[in-house]
Write a protein that binds this ligand. Structure first.
Ligand code: ARG
Length: 580
């Protein structure tokens, strides 16, 4: 059930425009007195060669009411639509109850493939907070596309190759491979990393030793390969712990190193396309010289992309080129999303331009899904935050907050310790994840423990708590929601807005995928939960004690609302809790 689509269909005839075009334009007016939906006519003006207000009034004249859309009125450049609330409830609620926690999905992605390159931490470097953002945003985009029927290949493009292995292993040889007692292996590696970097800054011979070590690795020296493998295994084991906590799973984990034997062929392909140039001994592509061929009015890219240094060494970009060729060949993607921080924007512009110049299939669907920084995160030496410590602290703090609040007294009295722990963990992780996803990804994330864990703010715990309360109403009702009910009971001005919002999930999921923006789902869920909580606050919404006809209808609303929240929260990676 997709109410926005149904409304668009009702308008399509009058507008003489395809339903898909209208669907993307429909919005919910801030002021409900104006209508249930509004169609702003600005972007239609060019196509229809008319002024927006003239379009709105001619649409209003041509509109024929349906059982669902009762009225269309032009107000300035807007066409405001009024729906029949009982009819909305009659189509929306049974459909949501039928779809269950998959509600919001569709088949629009059937037969299409999206590759999502995300998380992609660097081995032997810490899993930084930027990688948390990539992991959380990327995993949400994977789930969202999957819900829309896409074939999703989530790829962890591990940074497992590069000169950092040289320095690190020089440090391991000098100061010991084994962590001292009580220090876990990744912290040990990180300690070495910080220490040797400091030394290399002061003493050029250390840096040179690192480069020499890496050259031996690139030449395939067995002992060095073995040492490198140890570092990779240590890091991956740690990363996996984090992925388990976050409920993240990749279809493909392929490090940069896995492309080593494809680099020569990739550069050769560039050469054969006549794009390779030599600059001071290095092999580069002068994108500025070629980019006109791409058309599309892209701003010129001044910096050439460097594929091989004068000493023959390959680079991050070379491996990314090999990776995109590999993905096009093996996965045959329509879209390939790179969920990577905004500072790498130039790298991706260069890579995408090169892929387009080479005519890589799917290269029109390459997207850099950029995001901003974290603000206010407490950092340790070298501005490093251990993600696992953050998640553990989240669990500890959420347990404290819940224990201190009277709201959860009965929970603490009834549930065994390990269930309480699991709840605290889900709330803590949910708080961090939701805080990351609630604003547009390009904005910086503010991190303040008290704010993100509050049960009454725009937070993950707030949504989880709302979900748990709905689940509790349904438990106490002791009966399932009816598929048929007196839907007129859902037409009053308190309940109708809730039902109309329940109907909005499919559109939110669709837009989130189109804009690569999970925050659209997050914002939708907050608005949904707030609309219900307003109702509860105003009149205590007595579901269970209501007269039978109203009780049935309200139970359907509560059940559909719970499923909608559960569906949306799971898309984001926040666990909907039955009790808390
Ligand atoms: N490992 C890189 C980093 O931490 C991110 C890799 C992103 N993916 C890619 N295909 N370049 O900066």
């Amino acid at each position: 059930m997709d109410l926005v689509r149904t409304v668009a269909e009702a308008l399509a005839g009058a507008a003489g425009l395809p339903c898909e075009d209208l669907e993307g334009l429909l919005e919910v007016p801030r002021d409900e007195a104006l209508g249930d939906y509004a169609l702003p006519c600005f972007t239609l003006a060019r196509r229809l060669r008319k002024a927006p207000p003239a379009i709105a009034s001619s649409l209003a004249r041509a509109f024929r009411p349906t059982a669902l859309v009762r009225e269309a009125r032009a107000v300035g450049p807007y066409l405001n639509l009024r729906l029949d609330a009982a009819a909305v409830a009659a189509v929306v609620l049974p459909a949501v109850l039928e779809a269950g926690e998959d509600y919001g999905g569709s088949r629009e992605g059937a037969g299409r493939t999206v590759v999502v390159d995300y998380s992609s931490p660097n081995i032997a470097k810490p899993f930084g907070i930027g990688h948390l953002r990539s992991t959380v945003i990327g995993a949400a985009l994977c789930r969202i596309h999957r819900r829309l029927g896409w074939r999703v290949v989530g790829v962890n493009h591990l940074g497992d190759w590069g000169t950092q292995f040289g320095l690190l292993n020089v440090a391991r040889e000098r100061y010991g491979r084994e962590p001292p007692p009580g220090v876990d292996p990744l912290h040990h590696l990180l300690g070495l990393y910080v220490r040797i970097h400091r030394e290399a800054e002061a003493d050029p011979s250390v840096a040179e030793a690192g480069r020499a070590w890496f050259r031996g690795l690139e030449a395939g020296e067995p002992a060095r390969l073995a040492a490198w493998r140890e570092c990779v295994a240590t890091s991956v084991a740690e990363f996996d712990r984090i992925y388990r906590l976050l409920g993240v799973d990749f279809e493909e984990t392929r490090g940069e190193s896995s492309y080593n034997d494809r680099l020569e062929a990739a550069v050769q392909r560039v050469r054969e396309a006549g794009l390779l140039a030599t600059s001071e001994g290095a092999q580069v592509v002068d994108l500025a010289a070629h980019v006109e061929r791409l058309g599309g009015g892209e701003p010129p890219i001044e910096e050439p992309i460097l594929l091989r240094k004068a000493d023959g060494a390959t680079l991050y970009a070379t491996r990314d080129l090999a990776a995109v060729l590999y993905r096009a060949e093996v996965h045959r993607f329509e879209r390939c999303l790179y969920v990577v921080g905004a500072p790498q924007a130039l790298h991706f512009r260069q890579l995408f331009a090169l892929a387009r110049l080479l005519g890589v299939p799917g290269s029109e669907g390459l997207v850099h899904v950029a995001f901003g920084h974290y603000l206010g995160m407490r950092t340790r030496e070298g501005s490093i935050v251990f993600l696992e410590e953050v998640l553990e602290e989240a669990e500890r703090r959420s347990a404290e907050t819940m224990r201190a609040s009277g709201k959860f007294a009965s929970l603490y009295a009834e549930l065994p310790g390990e269930e309480l722990e699991a709840i605290a963990r889900a709330v803590g992780v949910g708080a961090v994840v939701f805080n990351d996803l609630k604003n547009r990804r390009i904005k910086d994330v503010e991190f303040d423990w008290d704010r993100i864990l509050a049960f009454d703010g725009e937070t993950g715990p707030y949504l989880q708590y709302t979900h748990a309360r709905l689940a509790s109403i349904l438990r106490r009702a002791g009966e399932g929601p009816p598929r048929e009910a007196a839907w007129g009971e859902c037409a009053d001005e308190r309940v109708a807005p809730v039902v109309r919002r329940i109907a909005g999930l499919p559109a939110a999921v669709r837009r989130a995928a189109a804009d690569h923006e999970p925050s659209i789902v997050a914002g939708y869920l907050l608005d949904l939960a707030q609309s219900w909580n307003r109702v509860e606050r105003q009149e205590g919404m007595k579901v269970i004690d209501a007269p039978p006809a109203r009780r049935g209808a309200l139970l359907a609303v509560v059940a559909a609302l719970r499923m909608t929240l559960a569906s949306g929260l799971s898309l984001l990676g926040v666990r909907p809790l039955a009790r808390m």
